[in-house]
Design a binder for this molecule. Structure first.
Ligand code: ADP
Length: 303
């Protein structure tokens, strides 16, 4: 099946900065595709180009079979875009914001759909509230409801969960998976690796470059390294000691240390790690092999 969106050799520079460096991938219809990478990776730039708000230096984009860099008419009414900036009218109520967007898009009979969307985003109770009075998570849900009022085929979401509390983040995820039932294709960007594990497919990007592409599980399984996880105290001290004494990729992650090492060496390294830490009077709680996460894979692929 042809992808709904095909991106080929896309490059975009701002002066000296290469925000996108020869990026190519496809997005399947009716899926959640994630653009995953840290701040400055190029995610917003790519989304803005896909929405027709900016031109790349070179490359091609086909959306629903049309070259959107030559002719943008296909974008009208077919795409929805949630930018990082809050783009609602703070002095209009929830109801009025949705009505306003329906008006801009020429949707005359919007009332039933509005009821459906308010229910869908659990905002019915708050319909009379001014948008400016809503919490961060509710504002994001309202922005989404406004986008969905004109029934776009593709929705671009630029970091919708950044700065949103964990409960609202979870709720937002349920809403997104329900959107798939309406035959909507979603492209979403996030800096959170743990969220990425929920996407059908992802593109890991860093510094404008595509680091890995595919479903998250396959990317992690493709690692030739195994993960050694160490729980000990004082952890920062142990981290510096291991960095000095071990020839391996060492990551400090919260209260634990992660070490990626080739699979055949893991037994030998577990013994070595214990020896080094015991010599330095670090108190060890556990040193064991564990499943690598997408974040481990990302750090490894970048390095
Ligand atoms: P992300 O969304 O992943 O944080 P961006 O696409 O915003 O990444 O930025 C990619 C790179 O391009 C960054 O180095 C950023 O500083 C730079 N950049 C983004 N927009 C502009 C701009 N308008 N002018 C100059 N540099 C920019």
């Amino acid at each position: 099946m042809e992808p709904l969106i095909s991106i080929r050799n896309l490059t975009k520079t701002y002066g000296e900065i290469k925000a996108l460096d020869n990026i190519s991938f496809g997005i399947k219809e009716n899926s959640i595709f994630g653009l995953v990478g840290p701040d400055g990776a190029g995610k917003s730039t790519l989304i803005r180009i896909l929405c027709g708000l900016m031109n790349p230096d070179c490359g091609e984009i086909e959306m629903m079979g049309k070259n959107i860099l030559k002719d943008r008419t296909i974008l009208k009414g077919n795409i929805g875009y949630l930018s990082q900036k809050f783009s609602l009218y703070t002095d209009l109520s929830v109801d009025e914001n949705i009505e306003f967007v329906a008006g801009i898009h020429g949707v005359r009979h919007f009332k039933d759909r509005r009821e459906e969307l308010l229910k869908f985003t659990r905002l019915t109770k708050f319909r009379k509230f001014l948008a400016g009075k809503l919490s961060g998570g509710m504002k994001q849900k309202l922005a989404l409801a406004c986008t969905l009022i004109y029934r776009p085929k593709i929705v671009f979401l630029d970091e919708p969960t950044t700065g949103v509390d964990p409960v609202s983040r979870r709720e937002f995820w349920v809403i997104l998976s329900n959107m798939l039932r309406e035959d909507i294709t979603i492209l979403i960007s996030t800096p959170y690796m743990d969220e990425a594990e929920r996407f059908n497919e992802i593109a890991l990007i860093d510094n404008g470059r595509l680091i890995a592409l595919g479903d998250p599980q396959t990317i992690v399984e493709g690692l030739k390294e195994s993960l050694i996880e160490i729980v000990c105290t004082p952890v920062r001290n142990a981290y510096s000691i291991l960095k000095e004494n071990l020839d391996a990729e060492i990551q400090l992650k919260g209260d634990r240390i992660n070490i990626l090492i080739s699979k055949e060496k893991s037994g030998e390294y577990i013994r070595l790690i214990r020896e080094i830490l015991e010599r330095s009077s670090v108190e060890i709680f556990s040193v064991r092999e564990s499943e690598p996460s997408l974040e481990n894979a990302f750090v490894h692929l970048v390095s």
